[in-house]
Design a protein around this ligand. Structure first.
Ligand code: TXA
Ligand code: MG
Length: 312
């Protein structure tokens, strides 16, 4: 039996399979199986009113899970799936409450990772998958990170290597008059605006459950700074892990550890969560992150760092 066949068997039996996506690792359960979804929430330690994203094998499955799909949502799916984009749409009747947190909408995404797609094609149905971390912890971007967080609570972890995007998908609410970006991620707002040709609004009209600041926080206190603010901080911070674009990190203060010096914002997104985990593994009290420019995927990196910093 191949590993994918085993994974399908586990899912069909109501079990949990962690799998790689291009953004972060997901903790998967059969999205049509209420009992499996309850197990998923229990293992994650997640409140049951938080909706999960249902992962699909192709954009053709959109109408199996959603109704009243507007043209601009189809345009986004057509151009960006498979990819780091989640569409919030009116749910079809059969979608279990446990997948939507009782909302009348459902989050759908076709992930852009070969192993995820292989699993989804073999399973055929939808796979509900939040990030494969315990509630409130940093999202995992490697199979090892999943194993160290979830241990024996997950039946199977598919290892697809490190995630290539590194921050979660962009979530677009397609149920209103305008295009609402509920979470910034792997797809930029500019790209969403160009494809839809519509007004885009940042943030929900009501806060989406699961967009809590504590979601992205390590144990270490995170402090975000702009380029050039390093010296001032060094004076009263004896020990810290430092993270920042290679051009922004020089003269590392004595007693500090360099966690990562990504070459550009894409690279920053890829190493971000591993660096935060590493800081905790090293017992560092503080992580100092020099923010990347506020453009492209740097917007999502800044968003996650700001939330991590605000949560203490
Ligand atoms: O990149 C990703 O999106 C990863 C990978 C595994 O696909 N998944 C992920 O899932 O980040 P999770 O559960 O950690 O975050 C899902 C987010 C939550 O903030 C949740 O509130 C939002 O999606 N969401 C899901 N369905 C929604 C809905 N119907 N309405 C509003 N927000 C929704
Ligand atoms: Mg998450």
């Amino acid at each position: 039996m191949t590993e994918i066949e085993r994974a399908v068997e586990v899912l069909r039996a109501g079990g949990l399979v962690a799998f790689p996506t291009e953004t972060v690792y997901g903790l998967g359960a059969d999205a049509s199986n209420e009992a499996a979804l309850h197990r998923l929430y229990a293992v994650k330690g997640r409140p049951s009113d938080h909706p999960v994203i249902v992962h699909l094998g192709s954009a053709e499955m959109l109408d199996d899970w959603a109704v009243d799909v507007p043209d601009f949502a189809r345009a986004l799916a057509g151009d960006l799936w498979p990819g780091p984009l989640t569409l919030v749409l009116r749910r079809a009747d059969h979608v279990p409450d446990a997948a939507t947190g009782g909302l009348d909408t459902v989050g759908l995404r076709v992930p852009g990772h070969p192993l995820a797609l292989e699993l989804l094609h073999a399973f055929v149905g939808g796979i509900a998958a939040p990030s494969a971390n315990r509630f409130g912890r940093v999202s995992p971007t490697t199979a090892d990170a999943v194993r160290s967080d979830l241990g024996d609570d997950v039946e199977l972890v598919l290892d697809g290597g490190p995630c290539t995007v590194g921050v979660e998908s962009t979530i677009v609410d397609c149920t209103g008059e305008e295009v609402r970006i509920l979470r910034q991620g792997g797809v930029t707002t500019a790209v969403v605006a160009r494809i839809t040709g519509m007004q885009t609004v940042i943030g929900g009209s009501t806060p989406a459950p699961g967009t809590l600041d504590a979601h992205y926080a390590p144990d270490a206190t995170v402090r975000t700074i702009a380029t050039g603010e390093l010296d001032a901080l060094a004076a009263d911070t004896p020990r810290a892990g430092l993270l920042g674009l290679v051009g922004d990190v020089h003269d590392v203060p004595a007693g500090w550890v360099t966690l990562a010096t990504p070459a550009d914002s894409e690279d920053y997104a890829r190493v971000l969560y591993a660096a935060l985990r590493q800081a905790d593994a090293m017992g560092l009290p503080v992580v100092v992150a020099v923010l990347p420019p506020d453009e492209g995927i740097g917007v999502a990196v800044r968003d996650r760092l700001r939330r991590a910093a605000a949560s203490r």
